[in-house]
Write a protein that binds this ligand. Structure first.
Ligand code: DX5
Ligand code: ZN
Length: 230
């Protein structure tokens, strides 16, 4: 995958029909999704439980684009290999999930997958200052992780602007996750974000049988963000 800063929409399958992931993934990709975002939660780092490595391995053959695996788990290091073997194209770990984010990012890259680092809304940017040469993406959380459908936290916009400066010319994506809608997407796109995760705003009103609604929702977010990008 070549690097560019065009807007990429990454629907979170946390908002999909849990009895029908194969068809849901196909539907969002047919309707224009650029990446597929998989939210892994452990009931410990975040108050919710989702997908173990076998579930992610089952998604893999259905994903034709790029499988972006967001690990909201602690500890994270013991599970990196399993999620890489399950077929993740990128693994993102939280800086708050352990004392050794640098080691974690090295371990992700050692598996031959792209590495992302994520910051909760309350975590400052300087926590990743010395990890910039180890990451392909920084994920700025604009909700407290754990659930879909929460309200966008606006301090993420200023954080994104500062992060964009910190990145400079490095080929590092800025991803936004939480409360992304056609209303909030332009704020973060103008600040420098290029990968927008959206769960409820992509899946709302649609279904595998009404997949055209997914397409309308994806296009609305992309259009609003692209128009705001500098
Ligand atoms: C939150 C997850 C998000 C979530 C986003 O913990 O990391 O990916 O699914 O959902 P929305 O877009 O509904 O805020
Ligand atoms: Zn996520």
């Amino acid at each position: 995958m070549t690097f560019d800063r065009s807007i990429k929409i990454a629907p979170s399958i946390l908002s999909a029909d849990f009895a029908n992931f194969g068809q849901e993934i196909r539907a969002i990709e047919d309707q224009g999704a650029d990446w597929v975002h998989v939210d892994v939660m452990d009931g410990h780092f975040v108050p919710n439980l989702t997908f173990g490595p076998p579930a992610v391995a089952a998604f893999r053959p259905h994903v034709k684009t790029f499988m972006d695996v967001h690990l909201m788990i602690a500890p994270v290091d013991p599970y990196i290999e399993a999620y890489a073997k399950a077929g993740a194209d990128m693994i993102t770990a939280h800086v708050e999930a352990g004392p050794h984010i640098h080691r974690t990012l090295q371990a992700i890259r050692a598996q031959g997958v792209k590495a992302g680092v994520s910051l909760n809304p309350g975590t400052p940017l300087d926590s990743i200052e010395y990890c910039m040469d180890l990451v392909d993406m920084v994920l700025v959380m604009t909700v407290n992780p754990g659930f879909g459908g929460q309200k966008f936290i606006h301090s993420g916009v200023e954080k994104t602007r500062k992060l964009r400066q910190m990145i400079g010319d490095r080929p590092i994506h800025i991803q936004i996750d939480g409360g992304v809608t056609p209303e909030t997407a332009p704020l973060v796109a103008a600040a420098g974000a290029d990968v927008l995760v959206a769960g409820s705003a992509v899946f709302k009103g649609g279904s595998v049988a009404k997949a055209d609604v997914y397409g309308e929702n994806i296009r609305a977010i992309r259009a609003a963000a692209t128009a705001a990008q500098k």
